[in-house]
Design a protein around this ligand. Structure first.
Ligand code: TYM
Length: 334
């Protein structure tokens, strides 16, 4: 094992990955594999908190893996694995459940939002979801968790649970993780409604740029993005959410700063900004989509990557499970 600090993050294989997922999370994942000891999960156990077609869920796991690879996540440098392949996630979630209170889980805004949307399927897993996420993180003694802004409250719960268990056990069972949230782009907004977050499960596809969208669809969606009427290209989330969102996306895909964009576009109109942004997004996604298609062709390579990832993650999870079980009072297996 290396002495680099441990990073873990995950994505639920539900819906279709959007540019929001890249800008808020995957961009940092790629950068961090150079400097950290990284584990990146396909969080299929989280995905079943909403109803899934089993065959489609399985297929989506492979599709998302291909996108991870196409972005440059490298199985030689990071552990890429499916959450359900490592039994420790469910084992630790149970243990943490017995330290999490109903009150704190009831306060989770994502639970309230999701329970409000899908009223005929408010299952116990949906309620318990943040505890499973805490287990994902604490299982590997994770120090940093690169995520978008919407996961901040879940991270806070993971930290609280780690501290609570450590205090109750009178020893350090878990490392207390830190969120790692980008300064710009932590909350990419819907193109048509820039006061709400872009989401991979949005029913209105015009709100999101999907990573596998065709160039013509991308251009059309960006041209129709909601802006405002004052015509000035300036970053101001409160007053100008639409334009600020376009600038944040632009900065992420073109690897430049918002200040540079504000300077370059001073005095130019929204039309020009949108045309250039559409070109920049297409130029960014085209090579990614080509690499995706290549990875997708070779199922046996993908299966090999997942087998390797599962083996490595399971081996790394084992000491934490053993420690947490011992600290809880479970009799060690003989
Ligand atoms: P998920 O699958 O909803 O999203 C994956 C990642 O993308 C980020 N993200 C965004 N960032 C910026 N703007 C947006 N519009 C946007 N939409 C999504 C999310 O913040 C996230 O980082 N519970 C997690 C998955 C998970 C996980 C974990 C994350 C499971 N176990 C352990 C970290 C550690 C989720 O549902 O993310």
């Amino acid at each position: 094992m290396s002495d680099k600090s441990v990073v873990l993050s995950g994505i639920q294989p539900s819906g279709a990955l959007t540019l929001g997922n890249y800008v808020g999370a995957i961009k940092n994942w790629v950068a961090m594999q150079e400097t950290h000891d990284c584990l990146y999960a396909l969080a299929d156990m989280h995905a079943i908190t909403v109803r899934q077609d089993p065959a489609a869920l399985r297929e989506r796991c492979y599709e998302f893996l291909c996108l991870y690879l196409a972005f440059g996540l490298d199985p030689d440098r990071a552990t890429l694995f499916v959450q359900s392949h490592v039994a420790g996630h469910a084992q630790l979630a149970w243990l943490l459940n017995c330290h999490a209170s109903m009150g704190e889980l009831t306060r989770m805004t994502q639970f309230k939002d999701k329970a409000g949307q899908d009223t005929d399927n408010i299952n116990a897993g949906l309620f318990d979801y943040p505890v499973l996420m805490a287990a994902d993180i604490l299982l590997y003694q994770t120090e940093a968790v690169p995520v978008g802004h919407d996961q901040k409250q879940h991270l806070e719960l993971a930290r609280n649970l780690a501290e609570r268990v450590n205090t109750r056990a009178g020893e350090e069972v878990f490392t207390v993780p830190e969120p790692f949230i980008p300064e710009v782009g932590a909350r990419v907004m819907r193109l048509g409604e820039p006061t709400a977050k872009m989401s991979k499960s949005d029913d209105v596809s015009a709100n999101s740029i999907y990573l596998l969208d065709e160039p013509t669809a991308i251009t059309k969606k960006i041209k129709r993005a909601v802006t405002d009427s004052d015509g000035e290209i300036r970053y101001d989330e409160a007053e100008k959410p639409g334009v600020s969102n376009l600038l944040a996306i632009y900065a992420a895909v073109a690897d430049c700063t918002i200040a540079e964009l504000e300077r370059d576009y001073a005095g130019l109109g929204y039309g020009r900004l949108k045309t250039d942004l559409a070109d920049a997004v297409v130029a960014f996604l085209e090579p990614l989509q080509r690499r995706y298609a290549e990875f997708y062709e070779d199922r046996s390579q993908l299966a090999g990557i997942l087998a390797r990832g599962a083996e490595s993650a399971a081996a790394r999870a084992e000491p934490t499970i053993a420690h947490a079980f011992r600290a809880t009072g479970f009799v060690p297996p003989v």
